[in-house]
Design a protein around this ligand. Structure first.
Ligand SMILES: Nc1ncnc2c1ncn2[C@@H]1O[C@H](COP(=O)(O)OP(=O)(O)OP(=O)(O)O)[C@@H](O)[C@H]1O
Length: 257
């Protein structure tokens, strides 16, 4: 079984008096969609950066398929909010660039890039330059580029955070479609409570001071979507509203009024 494992992780930034994160364990298997939520400063991005190999923990172990994570690797692709694409290149060229890094032959690159753009519903936009695209379209090019690496794990830091509410909602189902099609394990950070419920197979709720896990939830809504239930019907289910209330309480529990 493919696994990304953060085991008893503590993170202590240089010059800080206290650890940012203490004793946090999170596992992501293939086909899992794990979402980290919690108040500002609870260490969500720091933990994602440990998984990406960009932050080395003070204690604990981070492994991917049993091997220690010592830096970025082709088994993990990262998408950040406002991800940097090359604005002067077309959407197709941006995706093809990632294929080139993977050693895909030039003759193959354009065809494969078009397949990936179709997957994120941008089949018509291959020839458009990045500066000609909307924020939501750019974010989809970023996802197509991440998928070009055929990663076993996708690490997403607020990938929909910069989008307007309607585009964000549409992108949630795009993300679920990509997850279902790719079978990748996903670890994602979000501030969106509904977004976490729509997407996650597991939600890890963190609290700050220092960052630690306070609750986990295993919602079934994303599996229901993957099984063919429309997203509107899922969100209208009273179970969805109940889960939203419970998750909100867990996030704000213990917060000084
Ligand atoms: N490079 C750094 N150097 C020093 N301290 C840092 C650094 N990065 C993060 N921190 C601190 O670590 C703690 C956790 O930060 P982190 O960004 O991981 O939290 P977060 O939950 O992602 O926050 P937000 O929801 O506001 O994005 C915070 O107290 C932050 O100030």
């Amino acid at each position: 079984m493919l696994h990304l494992v953060l085991d008893k992780i503590s993170i202590h930034y240089d010059g800080q008096p206290a650890p940012a994160v203490e004793h946090v364990s999170i596992g992501v298997a293939k086909n899992d969609f794990v979402v980290l939520v919690g108040r500002s400063g609870c260490g969500k991005t720091s933990l994602l950066n440990v998984a990406a190999g960009l932050v080395i923990p003070a204690r604990g172990s981070a492994t991917v398929n049993g091997k220690p994570i010592t830096g970025p690797g082709s088994d993990r692709a990262v998408v950040f909010q406002n991800d940097a694409l090359f604005p002067w290149l077309t959407a197709r060229e941006n995706v093809a660039f990632a294929l080139r890094l993977r050693g895909v032959r030039p003759a193959e690159r354009a065809r494969r890039a078009d397949e990936l753009l179709a997957l994120v519903k941008l089949a018509e936009a291959g020839d458009k330059r990045i500066w000609e695209l909307s924020g939501g379209m750019r974010q989809r090019v970023g996802l197509a580029r991440a998928l070009a690496a055929e990663p076993e794990f996708l690490l997403l830091d607020e990938p929909l955070g910069a989008l307007d509410a309607l585009t964000r909602e549409r992108m949630q189902t795009t993300l679920l479609d990509l997850w279902t099609a790719s079978h990748a394990g996903v670890l994602m950070v979000t501030h969106g409570i509904e977004e976490a419920l729509v997407l996650a197979t597991r939600i890890v709720v963190l609290a700050p001071g220092p960052g630690r896990v306070v609750r986990t939830f295993e919602p079934s809504f994303s599996r229901r979507y993957a099984a063919g239930e429309p997203i509107r019907a899922i969100k209208a289910d009273p179970a969805f509203a109940a889960a939203r209330g419970e998750l909100t309480d867990a996030i704000f529990e213990g917060e000084a009024a």
